[in-house]
Design a protein around this ligand. Structure first.
Ligand code: SAH
Length: 378
């Protein structure tokens, strides 16, 4: 087994329970790929594995007994298994379930693996065999490769093929999903609690604008929750068809629900010109985006979305401000929000983070990446 020495700063970080490893944790640059033991002042600290990924260069690990890891993870999701109104949720979430680098989501009778680095991908036979043992009820599985490689980004792994498109349930609402078409699946499972709040009253009687709507899952939840109308805006052409499918799946007539395939900044101008007003505006952009005219980064430009939303928001209206940017702290996101409000007074009336199935490493704020605030204009 390779032995590596870490620096004092990293020894403290590991003792505190942080599991992701960074290049600067080591006094000498390390290029190894695979398992290693970490030492500080000649004392064994922990086992780890190394492989570059979007986040860090490796992970500390407690065990590679995947049957035990997956069994524990499945037990933690007991409430989700008991709830027949929800059939899509995460059952394994990286360091939140004691092994960084991969996640597993359940979509009704199928499962989806996400691999975030090449080394964990090299362990996939072992992981999948453990999965078969712990989840024998799953009919078929798919995978997404989320690190740079020549592998196809999406493939079938074993078992029955899922229909190209099928329905999952979340809090009794029906969503159309697909497991083998690019990296996305038709629903972002991490927004479970926000959709729950929209169903439970946040949207009741409101005219809602859903910016960066993707498949309009927030709009469907709002419609189920009694919204008077919704407008969903996304520049991806497919978004309209996929959004309509969610509405159809729930037998919601489309009269009060509109979809615009366009840039949100163009829509803001259009809405202001037409004197449109909304009671609730959702702003959930990707962390980084680029179009022909400009680049957008949540860390630097989120304030602009708030500033553009205010003129079309009714008095006492609410904004749902959301980001999944892991490297943007909650405090920095709030600073962007405040900058956007400028002199306009507002109050934070509700706050959400990852739902319970997205287990996090509670000492590592980066693993709890979702930040959602409901802001009321005063
Ligand atoms: N809120 C969605 C997820 C949004 S994902 C949900 O809960 O399901 C981000 C979306 O932003 C993508 O669908 C992408 O097409 C869209 N997008 C990116 N830049 C955009 C822009 N400038 N205007 C409109 N949509 C944009």
């Amino acid at each position: 087994m390779t032995k590596l020495t870490i620096n004092k700063f990293a020894a403290k970080k590991i003792a505190d329970g942080i599991s992701v490893l960074d290049a600067h944790d080591f006094p000498v640059q390390t290029h190894i790929e695979g398992f290693a033991d970490l030492y500080f002042e000649k004392q064994f600290l922990t086992s780890a594995y190394f492989s570059r990924q979007n986040k860090g260069i490796g992970w500390t690990i407690k065990t590679r007994d995947f049957v035990a890891l997956l069994t524990d993870a499945k037990h933690k999701r007991y409430p989700y298994y008991q709830d027949s109104a929800t059939t899509a949720f995460r059952v394994f979430n990286q360091d939140g379930d004691d092994f960084g680098g991969f996640t597993i989501d359940i979509y009704d009778e199928y499962a989806l693996f996400n691999w975030y680095n090449a080394f964990v991908y090299s362990l996939r036979k072992e992981i999948i065999s453990a999965f078969k043992q712990v989840f024998p009820e799953i009919l078929g599985t798919y995978e997404k490769v989320r690190f740079e490689s020549k592998l196809p980004i999406s493939s079938h792994i074993y078992g029955q093929s899922a229909p190209d498109k099928f329905i999952v349930l979340e809090n009794g609402t029906r969503y159309q999903v697909f497991l083998n078409d690019g990296l996305m699946t038709g629903i972002f499972l991490d927004q479970h609690d926000v959709r729950g709040a929209l169903i439970d009253g946040l949207a009741a009687g409101k005219d809602m604008l859903n910016m960066f709507s993707y498949t309009a899952a927030f709009s469907v939840a709002a419609a189920i929750g009694g919204a008077k109308s919704t407008v969903s805006v996304d520049l991806a052409k497919r978004s309209r068809e996929l959004s309509e499918a969610h509405f159809k799946a729930n037998n919601i007539p489309l009269d009060a629900h509109k979809f615009h395939v366009m840039d949100v900044f163009d829509y803001f101008k259009y809405a202001a010109r037409k004197n449109l007003r909304f009671d609730l505006i959702v702003l959930d952009p990707p962390s980084f985006a680029r179009n022909k005219k400009m680049t957008f980064s949540v860390a630097k430009d989120y304030h602009q979305l708030i500033a553009d939303a205010l003129p079309i928001l009714n008095k006492h209206g609410k904004i749902i401000a959301s980001t999944n940017h892991a490297r943007l702290s909650k405090a920095d996101f709030l600073a962007e929000i405040k900058k956007g409000f400028g002199k306009q007074r507002f109050e934070i009336v509700q706050e959400f983070s990852l739902p319970a199935d997205f287990t996090v490493n509670s000492v590592d704020s980066q693993s709890d990446y979702l930040k959602v605030f409901v802001l009321e204009m005063k």
